[in-house]
Design a binder for this molecule. Structure first.
Ligand SMILES: C[S@@+](CC[C@H](N)C(=O)[O-])C[C@H]1O[C@@H](n2cnc3c(N)ncnc32)[C@H](O)[C@@H]1O
Length: 757
């Protein structure tokens, strides 16, 4: 939704065809055992020269947009290691997933990281092969390449042997759960590969101290390995307790909150008096978004240790989260402040308003109102499950923007989706408790495996993650206020957002061009508000792509093809059924209309109105049933002009026409008079310009019917809240301009178009 989809861009299609041809050529070798395999030493030598060249190239070429190819999907291994048989490299067959087997491999080179972490590995026969690992984490505490160190030993479950893009033969591992790194004392490691573990190393205290050193030095993952080893050799309850406490801290730092909680959580039962245990359990619960449990643990902690200042701070933070989660009580001002930093990730909870997930006929599941809701009401204010920031600052080396190409679905996106796949894979791998919420999301026709844990390890399917993202990802502006204030030129330039977010609850909202809700963003928070009054039981919809009257029915559907459905809303239905000659007539009238506005001696307003009346006649169905998308924009132009000419009555007339074209029904006490008190009986399509329209009405009424100002202002605020997410900043943005227009003669239309943050 509003991402930069380049699937139909020529360069992308060419790239795609080249890759497809390479895949087809490779598939011809399926099942063959290559006879021209290079020796291990030859592979190592070639790799090392490439390694040096690539390092130099990467240092020079930081700013290029990288390409990421999603290979044809295959399932992760769900076999227990005990049920797999060992396989030697010489037995590998090309383009084959060796189901029922595993390979035991030792690393022979340093790792090279591009989109995958690559190195040369050997088996016990001293045969070598290239190993490519995808979706490896790349964060502050452990680079993906850290595991791939010289002499480390791993098991690749059900290995996939293939011809790589450089023509070499190699093993490709897309699923993080398909690779198991063995600890140095693992019995599976052949004796000839095993470094001797000394008696000293078998001492729990020594291992713990070494773990502490690693933790202090920032080698957090290594610290976890030492603590885990220490626990194996620990003989006393108290010793294990300390080691677990330390491992809990290390896991917290690694973002492995489930594990951190498991170690620290035990402390709430068996080590009732452990301050650190309580604290680390609370921290883990906070990061997992389990704020009520976090609150309860902090209360227990403070009952035992009333002077713990850190716990008091945490408690106050958690109480804020609970107010957000339970009552939708958000401080938007604080959120804007936090959204100024990079990346704009906010410390906020998710609020689920009066909505719930239910079956939606013909559309899978959808989000429905649980009670009557008014336009502007908050339905969701949701923290992203995953959020990948694309720093658009010129030449920024940390920008994660790449071209993601899915060879199976024929789709290409520019943005941060490739990183989002890794982020989500890693998040679930580290925190299996978070898996069900994500794996329940819509993923088209992809058939995932049913097991989620094998040998105690979570099974994470990279291809399921990719398909789920492609159906549910949102392109995100830093804030919707920022994009609301864009000039029309900037708006035209922006094809789609490169920053993207995944929001579990908002993902259940189905599309309609004639939608009744709108989403907005403040950093990694998505705000969904009703844009119409919705009776209980109404399905909430928003548009995946903004409806556009200038494109054909076929093009509209093409824009939605990624989601695998055809939109059958009233706007699309009418677009489809309107006869070609009617469309041609409408287009010709619109062309004349543009001419009337661009008249050299100033706009010919009378002609413009005549033409607009003629265009209205080309619609056979009332705007209340099907919004008239070609009309609101020119009527808004007229409203701006009339207001700037101090022809307020005309501005009110045309302003109301803007709203009527969008499907609004405005009920007046005296239907024959535009100066009669009114109210919105039915809200129409909520385009951003609805806010400006109401502000025009507000300022125009100030001159001709001041008693109606308040109402127009109130509606402007509701529209603003729906479009931007909140109305705390309304006064600063529009309120000020409206006053300047009313009392200082400022041209409102001009001022609105030149507003900035
Ligand atoms: C973001 S998900 C929305 C939730 C989804 N319906 C579910 O069951 O989880 C997008 C998918 O919903 C379905 N969908 C959304 N809007 C639709 C519509 N107007 N008509 C039919 N299917 C729709 C499509 O299958 C689409 O790929």
């Amino acid at each position: 939704m509003e991402v930069d989809d380049v699937s139909h861009v020529r360069q992308f299609m060419e790239l795609f065809e080249t890759q497809k041809a390479a895949l087809q050529a490779a598939s011809k070798c399926k099942g063959k055992r290559p006879k021209d395999r290079k020796s291990r030493d030859q592979l190592v030598n070639e790799f090392m020269s490439q390694y040096i060249a690539t390092k130099t190239m990467l240092a020079r070429d930081k700013h290029n947009i990288h390409q990421s190819f999603i290979a044809p999907p295959y399932q992760p291994s769900i076999a227990s290691l005990a049920d797999l048989k060992k396989l030697l490299l010489k037995d590998l067959q090309l383009e084959t997933h060796h189901r029922g087997f595993y390979a035991l491999l030792r690393v022979r080179t340093p790792p090279m990281t591009m989109t995958a972490v690559t190195s040369i590995v050997e088996d016990e026969n001293r045969d070598g092969v290239k190993l490519q690992l995808y979706q490896q984490q790349d964060d502050d505490y452990r680079k993906g390449e850290e595991a791939v160190q010289m002499n480390n030993v791993c098991i690749v479950k059900e290995p996939y042997f293939k011809v790589m893009s450089d023509g070499c033969y190699g093993l490709r591992v897309d699923h993080v759960s398909d690779i198991i790194w063995l600890s140095p004392d693992d019995d599976m490691i052949p004796l000839s590969w095993r470094s001797q573990i000394t008696e000293l190393e078998k001492d729990a205290e020594d291992l713990k101290v070494t773990g502490n050193g690693a933790l202090k030095a920032g080698n957090v993952h290594q610290a976890v390995e030492f603590y885990t080893l220490a626990l194996q050799y620990s003989k006393t309850f108290d010793e294990s307790r300390i080691i677990k406490l330390n491992r809990s801290l290390a896991n917290l730092k690694l973002g492995r909150y489930d594990h951190a909680l498991e170690d620290a959580g035990e402390l709430t039962a068996s080590y009732q008096k452990s301050e650190k245990g309580f604290y680390r359990a609370a921290r883990s619960l906070y990061e997992l978004g389990r704020f009520q449990e976090c609150h309860d643990v902090l209360k227990l902690l403070l009952a035992e240790y009333p002077h713990c200042a850190e716990a008091r701070n945490e408690l106050s933070r958690t109480e804020h989260r609970l107010r957000e989660q339970e009552h939708g009580d958000f401080s938007f001002k604080t959120m804007y402040e936090a959204a100024k930093k990079n990346p704009p990730c906010l410390d906020c909870a998710t609020y689920i308003g009066p909505v719930s997930i239910k079956a939606s006929e013909g559309r899978g599941r959808g989000l429905f109102t649980r009670k009557d809701v008014l336009a502007g009401e908050l339905l969701l204010c949701e923290k992203a499950f995953a959020y990948c920031w694309a720093d658009s600052a010129e030449g920024n080396a940390s920008s994660k923007t790449s071209l993601l190409i899915n060879m199976h679905t024929n789709r290409g996106f520019v943005g941060t989706q490739a990183d989002m796949i890794t982020d989500i894979v890693q998040k679930m791998y580290r925190n299996p408790s978070l898996m069900p919420a994500f794996t329940s999301l819509h993923h088209g026709d992809y058939k995932p495996v049913e097991q989620s844990i094998v040998d105690g390890v979570p099974v994470v399917d990279t291809f399921l993650v990719d398909r789920t993202i492609s159906h549910n990802v949102f392109g995100c502006p830093r804030t919707s206020l920022e994009s609301h204030l864009q000039t029309p030129e900037q708006e035209k330039k922006d094809k789609g957002y490169h920053t993207c977010g995944l929001f579990i609850n908002a993902s259940y909202i189905n599309h309609s061009c004639d939608s009744n809700a709108r989403r907005s963003f403040i950093g990694d928070m998505q705000i969904v508000r009703a844009s119409r009054n919705l009776p209980a039981g109404t399905e909430v919809t928003f548009w995946y792509h903004t409806p556009d009257h200038t494109i054909t029915y076929e093009k509209t559907q093409k824009k939605l093809e990624n989601w695998g459905f055809k939109c059958t809303c009233t706007i699309c239905d009418q677009n489809k059924s309107t006869k070609k000659n009617v469309k041609a007539k409408r287009a010709a009238l619109l062309q004349d209309l543009m001419g009337a506005f661009k008249n050299r001696d100033g706009a010919d307003l009378a002609k413009a109105e005549r033409l607009l009346a003629a265009i209205e006649k080309t619609y056979l169905v009332p705007a209340t049933e099907v919004p008239r998308l070609a009309l609101w924009d020119p009527y808004l132009l007229l409203t701006r002009l009339y207001n700037s000419m101090n022809r307020q009555e005309k501005a009110i007339q045309t302003g109301c026409k803007v709203l009527q074209s969008l499907g609004f029904v405005i009920k007046r006490q005296d239907p024959s008079s535009l100066k009669s008190p009114f109210e919105v009986e039915r809200w129409g399509l909520m385009r951003d310009q609805v806010v400006e329209t109401w502000v025009h009405l507000w300022t125009a009424y100030a001159q001709v019917a001041p008693n109606l100002c308040k109402k127009a202002e109130e509606y402007a605020k509701v529209a603003y809240k729906v479009c931007v997410g909140e109305d705390e900043t309304f006064e600063l943005k529009y309120g000020k301009l409206a006053h300047q227009a009313m009392f200082e003669g400022v041209d409102l239309g001009h001022a609105v178009q030149n507003m900035s943050l």
